[in-house]
Design a protein around this ligand. Sequence first.
Ligand code: LLP
Length: 421
Amino acid sequence: MDHFIYRDGALYAEDVPVAEIAAAVGTPFYVYSTATLLRHFRLFDEALAGLDHLVCYAMKAASNQAILKTLAQAGAGMDVVSQGEYLRAKAAGVSGDKIVFSGVGKTAEEIRTALTGGIRQFNVESEPEMAAINAVALDLGVVAPITIRVNPDVDAKTHAKIATGKSENKFGIPISRARDVYALAASMKGLDVIGIDVHIGSQLTELEPFRLAYQKVAELTETLRADGHDIRRLDLGGGLGIPYESSNTAPPLPIDYGAMVKESLGHLNVEIEIEPGRLIAGNSGIMVSKVIYVKQGEDRQFLILDGAMNDLIRPAMYEAHHDIIPVIEAEPGMQQTAYDIVGPVCESGDTFAKGRHMAPLKADELVAFRSAGAYGAVMSSEYNSRPLIPEVLVNGDQFAVIRKRPTFDEMINRDTIPEWL
Ligand code: LLP
């Protein structure tokens, strides 16, 4: 459920007409709903009620300061994967003891920043990285809390580019080698080995792969405890999918996921941490774009929008589906037209949808891409020298620009000219 609905034929973001935002900020733009963000965070928090737990929002999904602050004020921790994300989380007021540092290639500088500023734990992905964290911790005279990310070799049954839990993926250490790697970690004086981490992929639409992975983690917890490790925290990653197509069956809900977690791991008496990104941000945001032209091709009609692959890359990169709806609702019973919906960028890959059936649209009319809150704005670029599009946050009947559109001068003047030119 989200808060982008039609009222009297006009699309609203909470209590604000989307067309009103478009008039104020111009198109294209992203708009997020505070109520939806909070609702999704709370669904996870409530699903894990009864367990000692922390929901660490995977801020890679949408990392605007205003979004982070909204979630942090509701009690969320953060999962970060770079120094930039770490500093963003801190700037949004998240304390170090609620920040988890994930990612396969943390540099010594990133480790130092986190150890100096405070960190809940590092999720370690390899032995060399473990050695690097140990070295920086010893140098600073501190002890770094760590979990080790294990790769359980399960098939997440999702798009190949976002599956991470098979042995051929670059993530984690093979679960078969876990005992040796934990023994090595325990021998390092700069490390405090507190738990196990696992994350098998993103946009999972079934619970079974999670269950398989978590059962393996449960077994490993018992084995490692028997080996003398004080395993007291399990980080279960993110990955629960969202319904992108209103016509498809919906993925399991956070409450079902929570029940499965309790069933698989509840007996272990450990603290549970999860890192959802997409489920919190995905349906909390839409991208709004304007029709520039309707173009008649040889055998099809193209809807040419002012938004493009540089603004929302998911369809080009993962063949992802986003529902695209008119901002002014079509009259009921209107004959539908099949459109290829494209942007103005000079590549055929700049196609959002092929043969999409919609009520007829004209130039200057607005459309909204649903489920664009996660991995939308954060993956955008200025390809074709198209300035980054603004982000807007709605809260009830108020809205605010939370990242403004740069002017053309600002974009151009970010470059510097060497003195010989
Ligand atoms: N934890 C770790 C270690 C991750 O790598 C990820 C996502 C998450 C948590 C959050 O997963 P989520 O709950 O959002 O599924 N750009 C792609 C998705 C990439 C996901 C990367 N890792 C897309 O647009 O579909």
